[in-house]
Write a protein that binds this ligand. Structure first.
Ligand code: 3EB
Length: 334
């Protein structure tokens, strides 16, 4: 298949020429990073046999790389993967904007400029990480500050902030810079929404002055292939958190939401239907003490799928976990 995804416990640094980019998730012992764009997700792995895992996108197409706008990127003819880190301390808070808001807006503006320059206009999937995501500071929770900056960039760059927006996750880490990885393509994504949930871009102002700019999932089309990205998914129905304080209940609601996005995907997909058992999952767990209950509750719902558990913060105080997932089908076999 043109684009594939591999997971390895070691810090792979020898290039084979087919790497596009990826993520290093966990708390690696060594600081050595591969030559391709890698997003560092510095957070404890739960239930893993290694301190860190390297997740890498491989391609059988020719790649070129670059560094521009502070973005480390690598691309094929049809798609581009990039990673950007911004230090909030490099930005000024103004009367109307916090440092994080300014950094978030700048990050997305840079991404859009790069995509314009590289003529890879369609943003497919974004992975957002920021420190202290639930901290209320300067009168607004940091996740909400991020949302203001992100939406502002979408609007100012004439991309619109509803409907045709990327699949995403936005996760809190203990520290570190604002870190954003993204995959974009020359062909449009088919955005997916969840009929059980209000679209995040239509959330009411109870969740902050600007709504989050993401879709619940996306179908994207590297050559000969269909990839399903399911955005970070939590225990939310309509726009409200359900089962606060009940971690098993939140597991079941999150999986019901993922199932609903898969049903939507199967209504619109070009390949055969996607199933929960074939997805690769990343589960963000707020409290490590909930890990066993979460693993036991998810096991019968997910089957023997590939699951990585990471301890990290979720964007609402009352959410105890968030689950993202993806799968790939070949269109030739369909
Ligand atoms: C939610 O459904 C949970 O701000 O990019 C999930 C996925 C969530 C992505 C984002 C936030 C984001 O609102 C939080």
């Amino acid at each position: 298949m043109a684009l594939s995804f591999v997971s390895s416990p070691s810090v792979v640094s020898r290039e084979t020429g087919s790497e596009l980019g990826g993520a290093l998730v966990g708390e690696p012992a060594s600081g050595a990073l591969p030559a391709w764009p890698v997003q560092r997700v510095f957070a404890p792995l739960l239930g893993a046999t290694s301190a860190a895992i390297n997740e890498t996108w491989l391609t059988d197409q020719a790649v070129t790389s670059g560094f521009r706008e502070g973005i480390s990127w690598r691309r094929t003819d049809g798609l581009l993967y990039g990673v950007l880190q911004l230090d909030e301390a490099d930005f000024d808070a103004t009367r109307g904007s916090t440092r994080l808001q300014a950094a978030s807006e700048e990050a997305y503006r840079r991404i859009f400029r790069l995509l314009d320059a590289e003529r890879v206009p369609h943003l497919w999937r974004v992975w957002n990480y920021l420190a202290a995501i639930n901290l209320d500071i300067h009168g607004l929770e940091r996740y909400r500050q991020f949302n203001v900056g992100r939406q502002e960039a979408f609007l100012k760059c004439h991309r619109g902030a509803t409907g045709n927006v990327p699949a995403a996750c936005a996760i809190g880490l203990a520290g570190g810079p604002l870190s954003i990885a993204f995959m974009a393509g020359t062909t449009p994504a088919v955005p997916l929404e969840n009929p059980r949930q209000v679209s995040a871009y239509n959330y009411p102002p109870d969740y902050g002055p600007r709504s989050p700019t993401f879709s619940r999932g996306a179908l994207v089309y590297p050559e000969g292939q269909e990839i399903l990205f399911i955005s970070g998914t939590a225990s939310i129905i309509g726009h409200e958190t359900v089962s606060p304080g009940d971690v098993a209940g939140q597991c079941r609601e999150s999986m019901a939401n993922i199932d609903a996005v898969v049903v939507e995907a199967n209504r619109l997909c070009r390949s055969g239907p996607f199933s929960l058992g074939e997805l690769s999952y990343r589960v963000y767990v707020r409290q490590a003490t909930d890990f066993r209950v979460i693993r036991e509750t998810l096991a019968p719902l997910i089957g023997k799928a590939n699951i990585v558990y990471v301890q990290a913060d979720i964007c609402r105080h009352d959410l105890l976990l968030e689950i993202e997932a993806m799968a790939s089908h070949s269109l030739e076999e369909a």
